[in-house]
Design a protein around this ligand. Structure first.
Ligand code: FAD
Length: 320
């Protein structure tokens, strides 16, 4: 199975993270079941830089692969890894049947500077993209297809390519040394073999659309999927801005603060994310990727309000 963004209805996808405790698994499995019911093109699973979530990420990806018909997409980071370690990690995921990846550099541990931390053998996500492609080629140099009517015979085919997504930053990367470094980085990732980009969250459609235009002018040709995070409380907004260093959305912040109940704040966040999704689709986005925060209700409400669920998906949701 591979990721197809070319066929209707509007392609949607979700990001989830592995549970922090054993007790979190049953709830997350239920969330995955609901997310899968709207036929997303993939569900991506985050990976803790330095391997902090390693086993649990793979466990969750394997669950998605076995229990749903949705393509599982594995985030992998390379900061702090040796070549041998990264190679072994990629093989472990491929051996488990995972063939779609989001190749990331990952951030050095808190408090470590670029100079003092052990940043690892791979300097950028582009090198991880190349390594994933190389490991897959070594593991499966070609594919074999049975020849109908000739028992035991096989035709040698081109190997199945892995899908390799990469991160993109509509508002620039916080550590960029100049204004277009993040676009140069995206070009390098495409040249290394990336097939899809997924953006960091943003709050204004023009941030995404302007970024796509600048990327195209620079020569990027792969699809750039907008990453949208519904923000349903002032606390979540503060935390998200701290982590991502994305510019503060003043109007959304004021609207969230003006509400007094969690339900009313949630409605503000859902309406904002739904309007953003509609605006980027109107501007030509190839689909919508939603940061689900391991909660299906909010992201499914965004899709419903944005009017981008198929009639079938709406029906399945109603009975799920
Ligand atoms: P790269 O493509 O290698 O670099 C991107 C930019 O970083 C460059 O443009 C450059 O401006 C800057 N940069 C890189 N290296 C340097 C340097 N040495 N000096 C100065 N500037 C530099 N992180 C996780 O740990 N786990 C996850 O699961 C995860 N998922 C993510 C999903 C998405 C969709 C996004 C957008 C981010 C995710 N991240 C995750 C965060 C990501 O690892 C960080 O943003 C990281 O800092 C950059 O990763 P990259 O793959 O874009 O790196």
């Amino acid at each position: 199975m591979s990721i197809d963004l070319s066929t209707p209805p509007v392609p949607v996808s979700f990001e989830v993270y592995p549970p922090r405790t054993e007790a979190g698994w049953p709830v997350l499995h239920e969330t995955i079941r609901h997310l899968a019911s709207v036929d997303p093109r993939f569900i991506s699973v985050t990976y803790g830089a330095g391997g902090s979530t390693g086993g649990r990420s793979l466990e969750l990806l394997t669950h998605i692969r076995r229990e749903t018909t949705v393509e599982p997409l594995a985030h992998l980071t390379c900061v702090g890894s040796t070549w041998a370690g990264a190679n072994a990690l990629i093989r472990e995921f491929l051996d488990a049947g995972i063939t779609s990846f989001l190749a990331l550099r990952g951030d050095p541990p808190d408090g470590a500077t670029e100079d003092e931390a052990f940043l690892g053998d791979l300097e950028s996500a582009a090198q991880l993209v190349q390594l994933i492609d190389r490991v897959q080629a070594e593991r499966e140099p070609y594919a074999e297809a049975p020849i109908p009517g000739v028992p035991g015979a096989a035709r040698v085919d081109r190997r199945t390519d892995v899908d390799i997504a990469v991160a993109a930053f509509p508002s620039g990367h916080p550590r960029s040394r100049h204004a277009t470094e993040h676009i140069d980085a995206l070009l390098a990732k495409e040249a290394a073999g990336a097939t899809l980009a997924i953006t960091q969250l943003f709050f204004d459609a023009d941030d995404y659309l302007g970024f796509v235009q600048r990327s195209r002018e620079a020569g990027v040709t792969i699809p750039i999927l907008p990453g949208i995070m519904p923000i349903t409380s002032p606390a979540r907004l503060r935390r998200t801005l701290e982590l991502t260093e994305v510019p503060r959305p003043d109007a959304l912040a004021a609207a969230l603060e003006a509400e007094e109940t969690p339900e009313a704040r949630s409605a503000v966040g859902i309406a904002h994310a739904a309007a953003l999704a509609q605006a980027v689709l109107d501007g030509g986005a190839p689909g919508i990727h939603l940061y689900a925060f391991n909660n299906h209700e909010t992201v499914l409400a965004v899709l419903r309000d944005a009017g981008i669920l198929s009639a079938d998906a709406r029906m399945r949701l109603a009975v799920s």
